[in-house]
Design a protein around this ligand. Sequence first.
Ligand code: SF4
Ligand code: SF4
Length: 88
Amino acid sequence: MRSECIACDECVRACPAGFGAIFRHGVTLVIVSELCSGCGKCVPVCPVDCIVDDPAWSAAPEGWWRHAGAADDPYQRRTTGPTAGVRS
Ligand code: SF4
Ligand code: SF4
């Protein structure tokens, strides 16, 4: 993503909900490449053409998705334990 971003959020709305790879970070946007499917839907909606292909990008390994939400996933939301119910 180039610096001409005007933070219009069109790319956020275009990114399929199943991926949700684009996040607002302060006054700019960040694409998390590990969450990106490579569908390209964010590129044509940008009014200032500041989303560009990364030739070095490759999809996250399939095994990463099997790990998400599993019992050993360190990012799994806790429902019990010392931090249950604590909002950050
Ligand atoms: S290419 Fe990646 S960031 Fe862009 S819309 Fe598709 S999944 Fe989202
Ligand atoms: S569509 Fe383009 S200008 Fe709008 S927030 Fe996304 S990257 Fe920025």
